[in-house]
Design a protein around this ligand. Structure first.
Ligand SMILES: Nc1ncnc2c1ncn2[C@@H]1O[C@H](COP(=O)(O)OP(=O)(O)OP(=O)(O)O)[C@@H](O)[C@H]1O
Length: 370
């Protein structure tokens, strides 16, 4: 139950009647009615026009139209009201990340991680960041994938070189409406590959802290692949509010994903859910769904660790072509099915962040040997 007070200018008994009807509307991502969830902020009557002020704690702009229609329908039987007007805003709260101090201007940090390389972690991170932005949030992305920084290519900013105006901090790149900083702007692949764990983690934390981030609701970090020292150090030094694990359905990738979940459990970072990438293939001849790597790995892992499966993405050449050309699918085909799948993942991950703001102490912790 939210303690958010409603600015309520309605007379009784209209006020009770309106609130009772609004309480019937369950937000599908928060799984709570919109009054209890604190989304209803203001109620006013202007003549026979009912004005609703709503503020969502997670970005879901693409859902507003359906919401307004559903609420108008629910309130249509009230004699005092001829018209319903909704003003909808976004107010993302900062979810605390334990004792690590917050980074100025950044409300929430979401780490995108994978147990092994090549599963599509960066592709997912960048599309997730752009999807959060498309749903209305202010978003930045930090490319911490030191051994294969791909954000400059994926956002089409390979020529960007960070500049410092104050000698202390660097301005990030801006592309497709989000801010971006990448280790790839600084170092060549050759010298990054020589970096060992602590040095790499130190450089990444410095990169994060010395970037002049604009005000952000979410900073998405594309983590280095794997579950070793760099990932552990980063998770302990950066105020990560939640993690998204990317996996493919192959058994080997799935067991690596489990190591990823274990790593975040170890450092008390809630796992917001799993994204199963390259999950299926749509046959170009007959349109049927084929599962070249088997089925069910993501669901099985999600169930075992009591974390949601945020979504699955097909093995699809256009996903690859889009990111390789600097126009990820969420931007290249915003009306397409793939963009819709990423936006759904974004809404679910952002809502999960609110629900799981306290790590569950009952979660089984499995310490892996590597
Ligand atoms: N669903 C998909 N369908 C087709 N190609 C994909 C898909 N997801 C990612 N790819 C492609 O697979 C390759 C690897 O993806 P990506 O760089 O995102 O993986 P990664 O897990 O971040 O790898 P690494 O950590 O090693 O950099 C890229 O060429 C990307 O375009």
């Amino acid at each position: 139950m939210s303690d958010q007070a409603i600015r309520n200018g309605l007379p009784e008994p209209l006020s009770s009647a309106v609130i009772a009807r609004l309480e019937q509307h369950i937000d599908p991502y928060l799984e709570q009615d919109i009054v209890s969830a604190g989304i209803v902020r203001a109620l006013e009557l202007d003549g026979r026009r009912l004005q609703l002020g709503l503020a969502f704690p997670y970005p879901c702009k693409s859902q507003y139209r359906d919401l307004v229609m559903a609420l108008t329908e629910k309130l249509s039987d009230l004699d005092e009201v001829d018209e319903v007007e909704c003003e909808i805003g976004l107010a993302v709260p900062a979810i605390s990340a334990g004792s690590i101090p917050a980074i100025p201007n950044i409300r929430n940090v979401i780490a995108v991680a994978s147990g092994k390389g090549g599963v599509g972690k960066s592709t997912t991170a960048i599309n997730l960041a752009l999807a959060l932005s498309a749903e209305g949030a202010r978003v930045g992305v930090l490319d911490a994938d030191i051994y294969g920084p791909s954000v400059p290519i994926m956002l089409g900013v390979t020529d960007f070189r960070p500049v410092s105006y104050d000698g202390k901090t660097m301005a990030p790149a801006f592309a497709h409406g989000i801010a971006a900083m990448s280790i790839g702007f600084m170092v060549t692949e050759d010298n990054a590959a020589a970096w060992r764990g602590p040095m790499a983690a130190g450089a990444l934390v410095q990169l994060l802290e010395e970037t002049q981030w604009p005000e952000l609701d979410y900073l998405v970090i594309d983590m280095p692949p794997g579950t070793g020292d760099i990932q552990l150090t980063l998770s302990q030094k950066v105020p990560v509010s939640g993690a998204v694990i990317v996996t493919t359905p192959q058994e080997i990738a799935t067991s690596d994903a489990r190591k990823g979940i274990t790593l975040f459990n170890k450092v008390n970072i809630p796992v917001l859910g799993i994204v199963e990438n390259m999950s299926y293939h749509i046959c170009s001849q007959c349109g049927s769904k084929e599962h070249p790597f088997g089925t069910g790995g993501g669901i099985e892992t999600a169930k075992r660790y009591n974390v949601p499966l945020l979504g699955d993405l097909p093995l699809n050449l256009t996903i690859r072509e889009h990111v390789d050309s600097g126009q990820p699918s969420v931007i290249a085909e915003p009306e397409g099915e793939i963009a819709a799948a990423y936006r759904e993942i974004a809404r679910k991950a952002a809502a999960a962040l609110l629900a799981r703001s306290e790590p569950e102490p009952s979660l089984a912790i499995e310490i892996s040997s590597d």
